[in-house]
Design a protein around this ligand. Structure first.
Ligand SMILES: [Zn+2]
Length: 89
């Protein structure tokens, strides 16, 4: 899947390798004692976007991101992937 970042209006590219495809996984954000500080929202689960190529996990909370199936994405809208295989010249 691709991951669209709403505030920047761009698709996520991996911080480590520049990859553009991610797996989705729920990430529990367990924090003890946060209720006392009225920070309950920090105990909600986050969403991990795992880079398919290098495995780096980008973690998001809130609603500022949107998963998009690759067949719904115009490749021209994706950031450059420095490691993408290019056609032989
Ligand atoms: Zn990566």
């Amino acid at each position: 899947m691709h991951l669209y970042i709403l505030p920047s209006q761009t698709f996520l590219s991996c911080q480590i390798c520049g990859g553009l495809r991610f797996g989705r996984r729920e990430v529990k954000m367990t924090t003890t004692g946060m209720t006392f500080f009225d920070l309950d929202w920090m105990n909600k689960s986050a969403e991990g976007a795992i880079c398919v190529r290098c495995g780096f996990v980008h973690t998001f909370m809130g609603n500022a991101h949107q998963w998009v199936a690759p067949d719904q994405v115009d490749p021209a809208d994706l950031p450059d992937d420095p490691l993408a295989e290019r056609p032989a010249q």
